[in-house]
Structures are given as structure tokens and as C-alpha cells.
Design a binder for this molecule. Structure first.
Ligand code: NDP
Ligand code: OXD
Length: 314
């Protein structure tokens, strides 16, 4: 069954409503797009576009046919007990998001590879000393998660000559990237990694993955880049590993609580560089095109791009 003027609900916190609406209206000119909380009759809503929506909202939409996340992560939707079990959930697959993450991880990896944290510390003293960096092929990068984001970053870094390995739930094949899979192979990946990038989805299996035990498996002097979710890392364990000198530095873009509270020790830690969850922001122009294509596919009964496997949690 095709449908040209579906009723859509936009329910988001923390994003620019006006820009999103303009982009969605351009991409879906015939749709009746309603903005929470002034959404009219809730029983008419067929699709929900959400990002940090109020918990309980989805259970109030009896005609709901699909839920679309405006970001790549969907744990915020799966946490809502009112999300109906049989309604398809679709994550954001956006070329603009992939490009942004690729840039950020490249920047952060080069920052650690070229020992910039050391030079920043020297500048604050001030102190003049030069350190010869290893060649890229001598620098071992490890990427947790080899999906649309991690896989792209792995390919970019290996293209620059870095010795890249990646870890996923099932085996992935990537040219010039050594791949590991499953919990049993995680220690081998960590043991060979000098720059660790976390690009996993947040699930029951990955929450608190980077705790004291796993951080200790990294070689002394390693660095961490966390661009996935704050709950992948045990904050106190990361600080202890940095303070003990086991880890040299960390670049963090995501946190257990966002915005990161002003009193959190990450803000002032000399070995931590942080950014406010900006490593990859959904680009409205490209994302709205994907959403429009998915809405078309939904009503045409075709497979949607980025359909989440509810049992796996991503
Ligand atoms: P994908 O679903 O494309 O890829 C996920 C990868 O993680 C897959 O390779 C998957 O393995 C692997 N994985 C999942 N569970 C496990 C596990 N238990 N053990 C080992 N590997 C596992 O996701 P994306 O690449 O699109 O996004 C990843 C995450 O990045 C998002 O979920 C989100 O949290 C975060 N993100 C952060 C942003 C930011 O601005 N900071 C922006 C966008 C996303 P397999 O290949 O076997 O399925
Ligand atoms: C996302 C994010 O999941 O912005 O897209 O973190």
C-alpha cells in the first residue's frame, strides 16, 4: 500500500526544530508533519521521528507503523518501555554523519599519533623538547565496532598506512584491517592497540565494557578515543588508568550524563581532551532524504535502510 500524505510526529529534545522541520518538509512535501507537544489527535500519527523523546509517548500512538531515530544510536528508544514490541525501529543511516565521524576520528587519532597531548603539556610549562613519532605502519590502532562508522574510520586510517585492527560481534572482512570478533578475541585486540577508538552501539553486552580490567589489557602508554556512548566507559576506572600513567591520554566526545556536569573531574583532567557530543552530528539535508526514502519504503512494503534488530539492540 502506498501513502502520499502520512501523518508524522516530530518529537525531539536538544535539536533545532525549525531547521529539522524545514528539511523534512522539503523531503516529504505531502506529509502532515506535527510537532510534539502540539500534535493534534495522537491516534492519527503513523510514523514518529524522535531524538530523546519523552518516555511513554510512543505507547500513546495506537496507529504507529514505524519509529525513526534522528541519530544513529537507538538505545534511548529501546529504553522507553512504551515502545511497542512489533513496530519497526529504524536508526539513522546518513552519509553526512559518517563523513563527520570519519573526520573527527582521523583528527583525534592523528592528535594521539603525533603526541600532541605531550606537546600541550610542554607548552603549559613552558618546555621545548622534540619527540620522533613512529611511522604510521608502526602505530597500532584498534577500533571497537566495525559498522557504518567504525568500518569507515578503519578504512580511512588503514589507507593512511596505520596498522589497523577492528573488533565486532560477528566477523567482518575489511581490506588491510585485521579483524577480531566476539568476547574471546577482545583481549587480543586490546593487547595490540596503542590508540583505541570506541564506536560500538550501547547494548547490555557493551555497557561498561571499558572498565579497569579491559583498560589494563592495553599496552602502557595507550590512548583512548570514545565517540560512541559514555556508558561504554567506567569513568573512575579511566581516571585511575590515566593517573597511574598506564594510559597516556583520552579524547572523549560522549558522557554518562550530558551535558557533562560542571563538577565532573573529566573537565579539568590534564590528560583528557573533551568535546560536547559533536563528533558526528546528523546533517539534516542528507538525513531528511534517507528518512523520506524510508517512509516511501515503509508504505511500499520494501525493506527500510537501517532497520534495527530489536533482539540484538542495534
Ligand atoms: P552499526 O550498527 O553500523 O555498527 C555497530 C558495530 O558494533 C558492528 O560492527 C557490530 O558488530 C559491533 N557490535 C555490536 N555489538 C557488539 C558486541 N557485543 N561485541 C562486539 N561488537 C559489537 O553502528 P554505527 O557504526 O552506525 O554506530 C555505532 C555507534 O556510534 C552508535 O550506536 C552510536 O552510539 C554512536 N554514535 C555516536 C555519535 C556521536 O556523535 N558521538 C554519532 C553517531 C553514532 P557486527 O558487525 O557483528 O554487527
Ligand atoms: C547518534 C549520536 O547516535 O548523535 O547519532 O550520538
Amino acid at each position: 500500500m502506498s501513502r502520499e500524505n502520512p501523518v508524522l510526529l516530530y518529537a525531539c529534545d536538544d535539536v533545532d526544530t525549525e531547521d529539522w522541520l524545514a528539511g523534512l518538509r522539503r523531503a516529504l512535501p505531502l506529509a502532515d508533519i506535527r510537532v510534539w507537544p502540539e500534535a493534534g489527535a495522537l491516534e492519527e500519527i503513523e510514523c514518529a521521528f524522535v531524538w530523546r523523546h519523552p518516555a511513554g509517548l510512543l505507547g500513546r500512538l495506537p496507529a504507529l507503523r514505524a519509529v525513526f531515530s534522528l541519530g544513529a544510536g537507538v538505545e534511548h528508544i529501546l529504553r522507553d518501555p512504551s515502545m511497542p514490541p512489533d513496530v519497526p525501529l529504524v536508526r539513522m543511516v546518513d552519509p553526512g554523519l559518517v563523513a563527520g565521524m570519519n573526520e573527527y576520528v582521523l583528527w583525534a587519532a592523528l592528535h594521539h599519533h603525533r603526541q600532541m597531548p605531550r606537546y600541550e603539556a610542554q607548552q603549559s610549562q613552558p618546555h621545548w623538547a622534540q619527540w620522533v613519532p613512529p611511522l604510521p605502519q608502526q602505530r597500532r590502532v584498534g577500533i571497537l565496532g566495525l559498522g557504518q562508522l567504525g568500518g569507515t574510520c578503519a578504512t580511512t586510517l588503514s589507507g593512511l598506512g596505520f596498522d589497523v585492527a577492528g573488533w565486532s560481534r560477528t566477523y567482518r572482512r575489511l581490506a588491510q584491517v585485521k579483524t577480531y570478533a566476539g568476547p574471546d578475541e577482545l583481549p587480543s585486540l586490546l593487547a595490540r592497540t596503542e590508540i583505541l577508538v570506541c564506536l560500538l552501539p550501547l547494548t547490555a553486552q557493551t555497557e561498561n565494557l571499558l572498565d579497569a580490567h579491559r583498560l589494563a589489557m592495553l599496552p602502557r602508554g595507550a590512548s583512548l578515543i570514545n565517540v560512541a556512548r559514555g556508558r561504554h566507559v567506567v569513568d573512575a576506572d579511566l581516571i585511575a588508568a590515566l593517573d597511574a600513567g598506564h594510559l597516556e591520554s583520552a579524547t572523549l566526545d560522549v558522557f554518562r550524563e550530558e551535558p557533562l556536569p560542571a563538577s565532573h573531574p573529566f573537565w579539568t583532567h590534564p590528560k583528557i581532551r573533551l568535546t560536547p557530543h559533536i563528533s558526528a552530528l546528523t546533517q539534516i539535508e542528507t538525513a531528511a532524504q534517507t528518512l523520506a526514502e524510508n517512509v516511501r519504503r515503509l508504505y511500499a512494503g520494501e525493506p527500510m535502510i537501517g532497520l534495527v534488530d530489536r533482539r540484538r539492540g542495534y
